[in-house]
Design a protein around this ligand. Sequence first.
Ligand code: COI
Length: 376
Amino acid sequence: MAPFTGSVPVASVRWADRALAPSRRATLAKRQASTAAPAFGTALTEHMVSARWSAGPGWHNGEILPYQPLRIDPATVGLHYGQSVFEGLKAFRRPDGVPVLFRAADHGRRFQRSAARLAMPALPADDFVAALSALVRTDEAWVPHEENRSLYLRPLMFAADTSLALRPSTTYHFLAVAFVTESFFGSTAHPVSVWCGRDYIRAAPGGTGDIKCGGNYAPTYLAQQQAADHGCQQVIWLDAAERRWVEEMGGMNIFWVRREGGRDVLVTPPLTGTLLPGVTRDSILALAADLDLTCAQRPMSLDQWRAEAASGVITEAFACGTAAVLTPIDRVVTEDGAWDAGAGPPGTVCARLRDALVAAQHGVGPDRYGWLTPVR
Ligand code: COI
């Protein structure tokens, strides 16, 4: 195990493996196999990662522990001021049965960017990958064999000082847990309907929309409630300044398929600083080129979407994220009326891209982009 390095003082770290006996693991594997349609975030495995950072020693006490509750002081600063970041990535099984992490180093680098924005220490990407590999190795029996399931990994870091002074913490706690999941919206890619209101925004220039911090998510719940009140499953987010440009869907990036000069062009909003730079978004842009699709990162207004869905120029709309994979959007509801978004028939560009992504995640064929980290 490489020691932590980087901008913080170096401490030797071990990811101590206190794994269960093999017989217990086999029992768990049976339990996993019998878990019907686990709701997102509930089928947690038996171990977790824990590591500490403090000024001086830097990162230390990196270990794999049995899954357990934390004892938290009520004055823990991470509970009060939102100095807390997280990631979401997945482990799959290759056809030869070896578990693989998908784009773990890219998630690790985004975790560093998120931490930097909230004045938190950097966890080197190598240690991020090593920690998650150790967790997957320990709970390997939980990595599903089914194509529509995966092991979702949830690393997080929070400010651990027990002081309510309004300043960056001097101590941090890094944790990671794992759970068996199907896609966020269930085992198949059913289209979702979306509500686009103007009361709330997700992110503003100069804010935290381009990082993964807890504070980006709870403020979306009221808009999500509005969506449900309008019979929709998800929210479309418009830009803060003009309430005109489509930025994201829920906690996911968004794409459209436009007919341009007799070709399908994949359009997604540019990363302006208010959108999350999704790893799935980036994967789709790479895979689209392999499928001979032209990609364009350009703004899309709600008005353009509506007009071009009606005229047939936009043939599909879909959202993507680690949890959601690719999910078609079939209907948009706004204060000014509703329209069909162009979820498309079976065999759509969305379906082809989803198949290509799932194949890449499971290591079907060569790992052309170096996205997979085998865990042995
Ligand atoms: C993901 O797509 O993995 C997310 O983090 C979205 C949400 C479940 C928080």
